[in-house]
Design a protein around this ligand. Structure first.
Ligand code: SF4
Length: 244
């Protein structure tokens, strides 16, 4: 029986991706309106061993011995993976005992300003942090962070991680929410933030499956293409939602 490892799933951006979930539902420093893992019940920045790391390592070893090698082993799941204080131990284990597997982290990026966490994540091959807001008003409407968290802190943390660890490929994921962050003014602010972070790539997303807020709609194709055309002048952009 599996508790912490799922898949591999066919991922549009990662190929065959074996998921590792280090969190219990639903612990996160954000409560995003588009979250597919339902509403956050424990809104926190506190890092601790939310699930037993020895159990996770044993399960990873067992699953990897049973399946063809995946393209990526990916930290994601029903909460924010970096909240688990053992994530560095898991990355170290993967690098030591499964060195041919590439390792990716999907993260909201809030904890990246933590220097200790930055060290723990140094062995990643890829990191995909999220940037969904171009100002604090949008941040509060879309991501609904832990009180006291600001967009400037988030962007500074993501940018600093990328500066300190340039060998970790960074794809910045951006979620476009119609009526909230899709105006020309938002796009212009996003261009400034993307230049500040200077990621290796951008992955543009909008709603594919129902989120926490029932009346949230996908961004129209024209909007997605407008954002892609503008941001692609800064770094390469791909779509990870259905855009025709
Ligand atoms: S950061 Fe991820 S897990 Fe947390 S609420 Fe947002 S979408 Fe859900």
């Amino acid at each position: 029986m599996r508790k912490h490892v799922y898949g591999p799933i066919n991922s549009r951006r990662l190929g065959k991706s074996l998921g590792v979930d280090l969190i219990v539902p639903k612990v996160c420093p954000l409560d995003c309106i588009y979250c597919e893992a339902r509403a956050t019940t424990d809104l926190t920045m506190v890092r601790r061993e939310y699930v037993d790391i020895d159990e996770v390592l044993a399960e990873i070893d067992r699953v990897l011995a049973e399946i063809p090698a995946p393209d990526y082993i990916t930290f994601s799941g029903a909460g924010e993976p970096t909240l688990n204080s053992g994530i560095g131990q898991v990355i170290g284990h993967l690098k030591k005992f499964h060195p041919h597997n590439k390792v990716c982290l999907l993260t909201n990026g809030l904890l990246l300003k933590d220097q200790k966490l930055q060290q723990e994540l140094a062995g990643l091959d890829m990191i995909i942090p999220s940037l969904d807001a171009s100002n604090d008003e949008e941040y509060q409407k879309i991501n609904r962070p832990v009180p006291g968290e600001t967009l400037a802190k988030l962007v500074d943390g993501i940018a600093e991680f990328h500066r300190n660890h340039p060998s970790v490929f960074m794809a910045l994921e951006m979620f476009i929410a119609p009526g909230i962050n899709d105006s020309d003014e938002s796009l212009s602010r996003f261009e400034t933030l993307v230049k500040q972070i200077s990621p290796d790539a951008i992955q543009l997303n909008t709603l594919d499956r129902p989120g926490v807020i029932a009346d949230l709609k996908p961004a129209p194709t024209e909007t997605m293409k407008k954002f892609a055309a503008a941001l692609d002048r800064i770094v390469p952009v791909t779509f990870i939602s259905n855009v025709n």
